[in-house]
Each structure stands twice: as structure tokens, then as C-alpha cells.
Ligand binder design. Structure first.
Ligand SMILES: Cc1cc2nc3c(=O)[nH]c(=O)nc-3n(C[C@H](O)[C@H](O)[C@H](O)COP(=O)(O)O)c2cc1C
Length: 242
């Protein structure tokens, strides 16, 4: 559980880091947020100008104000639509899982012109210290991430794949190559790894090696061949006892 609350050095300071990372050859996705539509656009434009290949907007942190956008389909549509008019690089929308109907928010993002959705952000959660009888996190509550939320994230990506036309980036508890394959099978086009990086960056090397071996062992030439295959599963019919 964390309650970082989106604390960060700010885009002006981060630009140096973006330029540094751009020296490597892989694509760079910069995740941004703001407190008004204008500030979202301003930060996204600065990230784009500094070299971001895509921008992810966070409308979903469960313990920050931006969560209120990600629980409302009209606000989601309007921020995405406004941003798409201003930025040229692809725009990804990071979804808030703490809603009753994630599908309608994702569809609003798609209608607004999002190029992909990222599912999911952390789940609202709380821990209370039984001795002090107070919540442990200074914010009161926080966001649960890591292995515990992986099956929930898998189900959400599975459900979104049925209704969306734009790609889904799976996120939530992925910590090994098997978790990545699972996300791809339910329909993800790419996967983010967050909490598991606490184990060290070597897990990325292990994941890439594991994915390559899995494809070779099963005669796949690309991971795309696995995308959405779990949807071929048919729910077992309830037997008729009459
Ligand atoms: C310490 C920490 C900080 C995070 N900060 C952000 C953030 O600034 N913006 C955001 O969109 N998500 C943030 N998240 C959520 C993660 O990006 C991710 O959606 C979530 O943790 C689930 O993935 P994971 O289990 O792989 O970490 C943060 C998560 C953690 C653990």
C-alpha cells in the first residue's frame, strides 16, 4: 500500500531526466497529471517537447484529487478530447479501478480520442494500527498494488477487451513473465511493471528471457499471436437436471 499522493519534482525539473532517458533507443512514455485541464495540457506539451514518444494521463490515483476525473465518464471524455486537440504524440489514459462501471469510463476515453487505456491504477485500501487505533498511512487511506491486485487487473483487462477498439496496456501486480503472458491472453497489447521493481531491475531481464523462451517453446513468432486468446474460452454451461 502506498500514499505517495503524486509527489514529484515537477515537470520543469523532470525535463532534464526525460532528455537523459531519450539517449537510449527505447520509446519513452511520460505519465502526467494536473489540477486543471489547462495544467494537464501544459505539462503534457512540455513532456512532448522534451521528447516523450507518448503521454499517459493519470486520472486515477485513488488518494489524490485526480481520482475524481477517472470516476466520471463526462469529465474523462472532456479532458481526453481537450488534450487530443493539443498534443501530437499518442495519448494513453490510466484508468481508476475504484468505480462501479469501468467499461463506461474506458468507452468515454475512447470516444474522446484516447489512443490506448492503461488498466489499472492501484485499488483504494486502508490499514489501521490496532495499538494506536489510527490509520497507518498519513493520508488515512492509500492504494493497494502488487501481486494481490493481479487477478483483479486481469479480470478488468478481460472485460475491457470485449468492448474497446483501442489497445489496452495491462497494469497491476505483474512480477514475472507468466503474469505478462496472462495479461496478453486476456487482451493487453503491452504491460506495465510497477511494484515488482522493488525486487530490482534484474526482473526485467528475467521477464524478457522468460517471454522469449515461452514463445520459442510454443512455436509462436510474436507475442501478438497470444493476444486475446483467453476469450476463446466458453463458460461451462449449467447442466439441466430436469
Ligand atoms: C509507490 C507507488 C507510486 C505510484 N505513483 C503513481 C503515479 O504517480 N501515477 C500513476 O498513475 N500511478 C502510480 N502508481 C500506480 C502504479 O503505476 C500502478 O498502476 C499500480 O501500482 C499497479 O501496478 P503494480 O502492481 O505493477 O505496481 C504508483 C504505485 C506505487 C506503488
Amino acid at each position: 500500500m502506498n500514499s505517495v499522493g503524486l509527489g514529484n519534482p515537477g515537470i520543469d525539473n523532470f525535463i532534464t531526466e526525460i532528455k537523459e532517458i531519450k539517449k537510449f533507443k527505447f520509446p519513452l512514455i511520460v505519465s502526467v497529471f494536473g489540477n486543471t485541464v489547462e495544467s494537464y495540457i501544459k505539462v503534457a506539451l512540455q513532456a512532448e517537447q522534451a521528447g516523450a514518444d507518448a503521454v499517459e494521463i493519470n486520472i486515477s490515483c485513488p488518494h489524490a484529487e485526480v481520482a475524481s476525473i477517472g470516476i466520471d465518464k463526462n469529465l474523462t471524455y472532456s479532458i481526453v478530447e481537450s488534450m487530443k486537440k493539443e498534443i501530437k504524440v499518442p495519448l494513453f489514459v490510466k484508468l481508476n479501478p475504484n468505480v462501479t462501471n469501468l467499461g463506461e469510463i474506458a468507452l468515454a476515453a475512447q470516444k474522446g480520442g484516447a489512443d490506448a487505456v492503461v488498466a489499472i491504477n492501484s485499488l483504494a485500501a486502508m490499514k489501521v494500527d490496532i495499538r494506536t487505533k489510527r490509520p497507518i498511512l498519513s493520508h488515512g487511506s492509500g492504494g493497494l498494488s502488487g501481486k494481490a491486485i493481479h487477478p483483479i487487473a486481469v479480470k478488468m483487462v478481460y472485460d475491457l477487451y470485449k468492448i474497446l477498439e483501442i489497445p489496452i496496456i495491462g497494469c497491476g501486480g505483474a512480477s514475472n513473465w507468466q503474469d505478462i503472458i496472462e495479461f496478453i491472453l486476456v487482451g493487453a497489447s503491452a504491460v506495465q511493471v510497477g511494484t515488482a521493481l522493488h525486487q530490482g531491475f534484474d526482473i526485467i531481464t528475467d521477464i524478457i528471457k522468460g517471454l522469449k523462451n515461452f514463445l520459442l517453446d510454443n512455436n509462436y513468432s510474436s507475442i501478438n499471436e497470444l493476444k486475446g486468446l483467453a476469450h476463446e474460452f466458453k463458460t461451462q454451461e449449467v447442466p439441466d437436471f430436469d
